[in-house]
Design a protein around this ligand. Structure first.
Ligand code: ZN
Length: 145
């Protein structure tokens, strides 16, 4: 029963952000990596979660052309301002809710030997789809030993 004696660390921090456009990708890679470093976790996972119904979290390349491409494709898929969206009768941001639902509000990464594992072309972004917002949050939970 006591073969394993791991000390579990659960380290939770919040990243506070503001956004300046309706659609925007905000690179939070280095802030997340800093939190992983501070946590002292050697091996485990890190959950990056945006507690918002109109934003999302992705991992992808930080290249300005691609950032524009992703934003344009999200607009094509979610059709901002469409008269099809019933939610727009009360809030005018159905597209952002749909984008968040399709993309997801979280991503999980492995932590190995104290480092967040990601591909060379996988920076971590908050995807703003209903900006500008003065208060966006990302909750970073690092768990492991
Ligand atoms: Zn809404």
């Amino acid at each position: 029963m006591d073969k394993w004696c791991l000390e579990l660390i659960v380290y939770i921090r919040e990243i506070a952000l503001s956004t300046s456009k309706q659609f925007e990708l905000i690179d939070i890679t280095y802030r997340v990596e800093k939190i992983v470093e501070e946590s002292g976790v050697r091996n485990g996972i890190v959950l990056v979660f945006a507690p918002h119904a109109t934003a999302a979290i992705i991992a992808n390349e930080h290249e300005s052309g691609l950032i524009s491409d992703i934003i344009e494709e999200i607009k094509d898929l979610t059709k901002p301002g469409s008269s099809r969206w019933r939610h727009n009768i009360i809030d005018d941001n159905a597209h952002a809710h749909i984008g968040s639902a399709l993309i997801g509000a979280d991503r999980v990464f492995p932590v190995i030997n104290g480092r967040l594992i990601r591909g060379t072309w996988q920076n971590i972004f908050l995807v703003e789809m209903d900006g500008p917002r003065s208060r966006r949050r990302v909750i970073v939970t690092v768990m492991g030993e």
